[in-house]
Design a protein around this ligand. Structure first.
Ligand SMILES: C[S@@+](CC[C@H](N)C(=O)[O-])C[C@H]1O[C@@H](n2cnc3c(N)ncnc32)[C@H](O)[C@@H]1O
Length: 275
């Protein structure tokens, strides 16, 4: 049964997905910057970077958990001919992702509505779980990790890119700024992600700090919002107007990333071949 937070999150992405697409991108995740390029190019580069970390192959069966508008799914199908199932809480996000499947990829991409805390698959079917900027939303991370392990094939890998707490001391400040935008009252550090994975019986393989990229991503979004504030304001449903205070908190989140209080990491976890 979905809990109160999941209901809020589902409704939030139903209502807010279009706004994120305007101020961020159709892909709502950290960009991987090399220079001063466009955020769209940088978010696409992040997909390549993550795919390389888990060596995606043409025959890979991938479950994208929190697939949003399906940008990563199209990338993985087009670049690698991988087979992908996207899963998301928000039916509206799924409908949009479905509409955007390129005609020649319809056999490789499928969607299902559901939650990471109760994955609708009975078997260990997947070579790779792709979990990008969705795990931080989850209030029962222990249950979700157990679900991840259950649906992975033995030897299968998780690639996770997520916004995490940079330091325990900063938790209150981070929850007040970042947490307020996304209704999250507790965040874990990168070390706590690894501990949780180990406790679940998964093996941490890689942990890469992408915080500089998070800072640059927020800086780009904050500048865009400031420049286009009046127009963006008209697109926000009334009940979210209070989130507009301080431009959704993006300038403050940029500061938190610069100070290392809010961070972004990529992780690779593996299910042991004998489990
Ligand atoms: C920040 S967006 C990221 C979307 C996509 N991964 C991307 O990079 O563009 C977070 C997504 O995670 C989904 N989500 C949040 N909690 C979830 C849960 N418990 N189960 C499945 N999806 C969830 C939301 O509905 C939303 O589409």
């Amino acid at each position: 049964m979905p809990n109160e937070t999941e209901n809020w999150t589902r409704e939030y992405y139903d209502d807010f997905g279009d706004v994120y697409e305007t101020v961020w991108n159709e892909q709502v995740h950290t960009g991987k910057f090399e220079n001063n390029e466009d955020l769209k190019i940088a978010t696409e580069r992040m997909n390549s970077f993550l795919a390389d970390l888990v060596e995606v192959k043409p025959e890979s069966e991938i479950l994208n958990i929190g697939s949003g508008r399906g940008g990563a799914d199209r990338f993985l199908a087009q670049k690698y001919s991988a087979r992908i199932i996207g899963l998301d809480l928000s039916q509206k996000q799924i409908n949009l992702a479905r509409q955007r499947i390129p005609e020649n990829e319809s056999h490789n991409i499928n969607y299902v509505q559901g939650s990471m805390t109760s994955l609708p698959f009975s078997k260990s079917n997947f070579d790779i779980l792709w979990i990008q900027e969705s795990f931080f939303h989850c209030t029962d991370k222990t249950q979700a990790m157990a679900e991840f392990k259950r649906v992975l094939k033995p030897g299968g890998k998780i690639i996770m890119e997520d916004t995490v707490l940079g330091s325990k001391e900063a938790e209150l400040e981070v929850v007040e700024v970042f947490g307020k935008r996304v209704n999250v009252s507790k965040l874990l550090t990168a070390e706590e992600y690894e501990t949780l994975a180990k406790q679940t019986g998964l093996v941490p393989i890689k942990k890469l700090d992408l915080t500089k990229n998070l800072e640059k991503t927020y800086q780009t979004i904050a500048e865009h919002i400031k420049k286009n504030f009046q127009e963006i304001r008209t697109k926000i449903p009334q009940k979210y107007q209070e989130k507009l205070v301080s431009y959704f908190g993006f300038p403050e989140s940029e500061r938190l990333a610069r100070e290392g209080k809010l961070a972004c990491y990529a992780f690779v976890f593996q299910k042991p071949a004998n489990s």
